[in-house]
Ligand binder design. Structure first.
Ligand code: HAM
Length: 425
């Protein structure tokens, strides 16, 4: 019986790993230039951590199981609850701001589709311990740093930003009662997955009497950042949120990333813990779902019975980003040198030379099978070696080897003692 990988899970052959590592290198380098440090957590957690903190949508996508002691666990579907748990446990001793990033592998029992898998990696960058919108701007800017590094321009992608409290105030302004804002957000979150008539029908069924769908459409489509903030500022409890959005925009401009950002009330985010600014990265052409999602969560550590530590951050999946990047660089795992024996009797010396070079950190390989020189050269080319080193009779006569640059074709005799330096130069 032939067994395939389970649906939505991937095998990573060496050529796929090269691409993964290329992506992770960019995620790491963007994080580091912004001063984030790396952390990790467990691959599974107590089920309750997600049941209590993540919200319905993610809980319905959990892979969970019981251990022999009947305890219930779930494979992590996201990193934020783990991060909040870790920070809550050391909240008093961690120096602020806490700027942490991670590249966890995680699972969600979603229907596999373009850019959405059941097992994926997700770059997380979060800042905790600061409630200044500058932190919100910094996490958005680190995402933009990555986009710039991989050549994604503002013509191809946009970071769409909203604010939960500002959006709630706007919903109140069209007649949605405050205690029904969450229900309204959940529906708005689904609005681009439903045909417009079906969305309007569902909306009117729930809110139609106080806030008809047409008024909502009007609000979502036509209202500019300035009008939104002006309406929200009139409501006592949204005035601060409105000022924070203004401040965020100033900081995005200061950091030189505002060109990638747009205000968009259609962004509501499915997760339950967001309390302030929320944002997603989308490609401008419709198609793929969000490439990144994040926001401010100021109550999460307190919900875990820790001290209150405000936080803001995002997650970016590997699968949607790789789907989008049409021009991946040509990556190779070049070795420094491929050793070739001119005849089988030189093979023991070849192994010795390989050992010496490897101990010095030179990446070297050779054929395990004794075969004609021309075939060994073919193997060297296949491995994209920079040099071929021919071990032949000159080793005995002059303690020398032939070094051939496989890029230029240039060939010369070098002393065995000078080989390492010649390869390195
Ligand atoms: P999320 O919106 O659930 O947020 O996921 C964030 C991103 O992870 C998505 O925009 C997408 O790029 C990627 N992603 C999600 N599901 C899948 C999937 N099935 N396959 C591939 N990629 C996927 C969160 O997870 C929050 N915890 C992010 C966050 C960090 N908020 C604050 N800090």
């Amino acid at each position: 019986m032939k067994i395939q990988p389970p649906p939505g899970m991937r095998d990573f052959y060496p050529e796929d790993m090269r691409i993964q590592n290329w992506l992770f290198d960019h995620w790491r380098s963007a994080s580091r230039v912004f001063g984030f440090v790396e952390y990790e957590g467990p691959i599974f957690e107590y089920l309750d951590l997600y049941r209590l903190k993540s919200g319905e949508e993610i809980v319905s996508q959990l892979f969970h199981f019981q251990d022999r002691g009947q305890r219930e666990f779930a494979i992590r579907p996201e990193m934020t609850p783990t991060l909040a748990r870790m920070v809550a446990a050391r909240a008093n001793s961690l120096p602020r701001p806490i700027k942490w990033f991670s590249i966890p592998r995680m699972c969600r029992s979603e229907k596999p589709q373009r850019g959405r898998l059941r097992e994926f990696y997700q770059w997380n960058a979060d800042i905790l311990g600061v409630d200044d919108p500058l932190a919100d701007a910094e996490v958005i800017a680190v995402a933009v740093e990555f986009l710039r590094q991989v050549g994604l321009t503002r013509d191809e992608v946009a970071i769409r930003i909203s604010s939960r409290p500002v959006a709630a105030a706007l919903l109140r302004s069209i007649g949605v009662a405050p205690d029904r804002a969450d229900r309204a957000f959940a529906l708005i979150d689904r609005h681009d997955k439903l045909p417009p008539e079906e969305f309007a029908r569902q909306w009117d069924e729930t809110f139609g009497r106080q806030a008809p769908a047409a008024r909502l459409r009007d609000l979502l489509d036509r209202t500019t950042l300035e009008t939104c903030l002006a309406i929200a500022a009139r409501e006592a409890d949204a005035a601060r949120a409105s000022e924070q959005v203004r401040e965020l925009w100033r900081r995005l401009r200061d950091l030189g990333v505002a060109e990638y950002c747009e205000f968009d009330l259609n962004i509501v985010r499915g997760l339950a813990y967001y309390t302030g600014i929320i944002f997603e990265l989308h490609r401008r052409k419709p198609g793929l779902r969000a490439l990144l999602g994040g926001g401010r969560y100021d109550n999460l550590t307190a919900m875990l019975d820790g001290p209150s530590v405000p936080g803001v951050g995002f997650g970016m999946g590997d699968a949607p980003v790789l789907e989008l990047l049409s021009k991946l660089p040509r990556l190779s795992e070049m070795i420094d040198a491929f050793l070739i024996d001119a005849a089988p009797e030189f093979f023991p010396s070849l192994i010795e030379i390989a050992g010496d070079l490897r101990r010095d950190g030179v990446a070297v390989d050779f054929s395990y099978k004794r075969q004609p020189i021309s075939k060994q050269f073919k193997l060297a080319a296949g491995r994209e070696a920079r040099f071929a080193v021919i071990v032949g009779s000159e080793l005995a006569s002059a303690n020398s080897l032939t070094l051939k640059n496989l890029g230029t074709g240039e060939q010369r005799l070098v002393l065995r003692d000078d080989l390492k330096a010649a390869i390195r130069s």
